[in-house]
Ligand binder design. Structure first.
Ligand code: FES
Ligand code: FE2
Length: 414
């Protein structure tokens, strides 16, 4: 699995965090590394220890052309080559023989990405419970429905947080459990698609198909359809066999007539999963997910599971990983490896989502905006229901949603 993961560029940290901290320790694919940024914007991802006397480079000093070890000043360029050993003899070629790991890094979309394909000394990478949530279209019913209700009730906040009676996401989520006839899953060119077939006869409000978050191999899930006010990429970066760095990459967009605020840089924030007393937070969507995943254990013993019909996409996903690992083992290129930039698609999500969206709104064109779910109605107080509530850009997002709503009301009146 580690070999497979090393075929992809991997998002390592938000650019804004690196700009602020400049030098930081990161662990990715089982390797301990140091990520740094120099004053001229050059970035590097190198081995975590100075090979002189093994001091950690996370305490290093960013300097011209490289990162300097804090102890005796040896300096390493982004490729990991030692370029200075200042206290050694000036004409000794000693430094030329000193090297540490150095992986290529690039900035894109507010994230720093690394390519670790050159390394083979640590192959760890498990894509465990955290990632499998992506193949689980029905968990919402209980995890974000019944549990949500139970938690708000216990906090005595159900009235206040879900005062509307039915609009709150927990009610919508519980309803998605009614009339499930079957699940479906299909391979796509870039991963898989999956969803639920609903039957009126079995209790749904009508016969229909609900397509769920698109999965892009190896570890991307896109929630929110194209053109919706809020879209999110959930990126699950393997840290090692038992840890995952989970990035929620949020995008907010409006229809053409509603201008969005231009951001100078893309802000980042850490999402707390525990309160000040160390108790698990369970009153927003992402935390509910996180606690369900973590509680499955560091390495799940799958022989203990009892998979049912709703686990079909999970089974598909496990097979897809197996199949792609096999391809790598046989010397081939797995899915979504593009060696020629010209062959890269610009739009990797595709197809329509819920049939209703296709009928009604111009969701696929990017012009429409769906304000009917809690994620498009943050201006009505629903931002509190997911991790977005901690986001530094929330005032702008709420303002955007309010303006979209007003523009739509005005259009409806006209
Ligand atoms: S330990 Fe890094 S320069 Fe000596
Ligand atoms: Fe979830």
């Amino acid at each position: 699995m580690g070999e497979l993961m090393r075929r992809y560029w991997i998002p390592v940290r938000p650019t804004a965090q690196l700009v602020k901290e400049e030098v930081m320790a990161v662990r990715i694919l089982g390797e301990d590394l140091v990520l740094f940024r120099l004053a001229d914007g050059q970035m590097g991802l190198v081995g975590d220890r100075c090979p002189h006397r093994m001091t950690e480079l996370r305490y290093g000093i960013p300097d011209t052309g490289g990162l300097r070890c804090c102890y005796h000043g040896w300096m390493f360029n982004p490729a990991g080559q030692c370029i200075e050993t200042p206290l050694e003899s000036a004409n000794d070629p000693f430094k030329d023989r000193i090297r540490i790991k150095g992986y290529p890094v690039q900035e894109m979309g507010g994230l720093v990405w690394a390519y670790m394909g050159a390394g083979t000394d640590a192959l760890a990478a498990a894509v465990g419970p955290c990632h499998e949530n992506t193949g689980d279209p029905t968990h919402s019913v209980y995890l974000h429905g019944n549990l949500f209700e139970y938690v708000l009730q216990k906090q005595g906040k159900l009235e206040e947080r879900a005062a509307d009676g039915q609009m709150h996401t927990l009610y919508a989520r519980m309803k998605t459990g009614n009339g499930i006839e079957s699940l479906y899953v299909n391979p796509t060119r870039y991963g898989m698609e999956k969803g639920i077939n609903y039957s009126k006869e079995l209790g749904a409000d009508r016969d229909h198909v609900s397509r769920h978050a698109t999965v892009i191999f190896p570890f991307y899930t896109q929630t929110g359809g194209p053109g919706m006010v809020r879209q999110e990429f959930q990126i699950r970066v393997p840290v090692d066999d038992t840890n995952t760095y989970h990035i929620n990459y949020g995008c907010y967009m409006g229809p053409e007539e509603v201008p969005v605020t231009v951001q100078e840089s893309i802000p980042y924030y850490d999402v707390p999963l525990f309160d000040d007393d160390g108790k698990p937070l369970l009153d927003f969507v992402l935390a509910q997910d996180a606690h369900a995943w973590i509680s499955q254990g560091p390495i799940m013993d799958r022989t203990q599971e009892h998979l049912g019909r709703t686990d079909m996409p999970i089974v598909f996903m496990r097979r897809q990983f197996e199949e792609q690992m096999r391809i790598v083992e046989d010397g081939g290129d797995p899915m979504n490896v593009f060696r020629d930039p010209a062959t890269m698609p610009s739009l990797i999500h595709g197809g329509h989502w819920d049939e209703r969206e296709e009928e009604g709104k111009a969701a696929v064109t990017g012009k429409g905006s769906d304000l009917s779910s809690f994620r498009g109605a943050y201006h009505k107080g629903y931002a509190i229901d997911d991790a977005d509530r901690y986001g530094p850009a929330m005032p702008q997002v709420i303002d955007l949603m309010r303006r979209i709503d007003e523009a739509q009301e005005e259009a409806a009146r006209a």
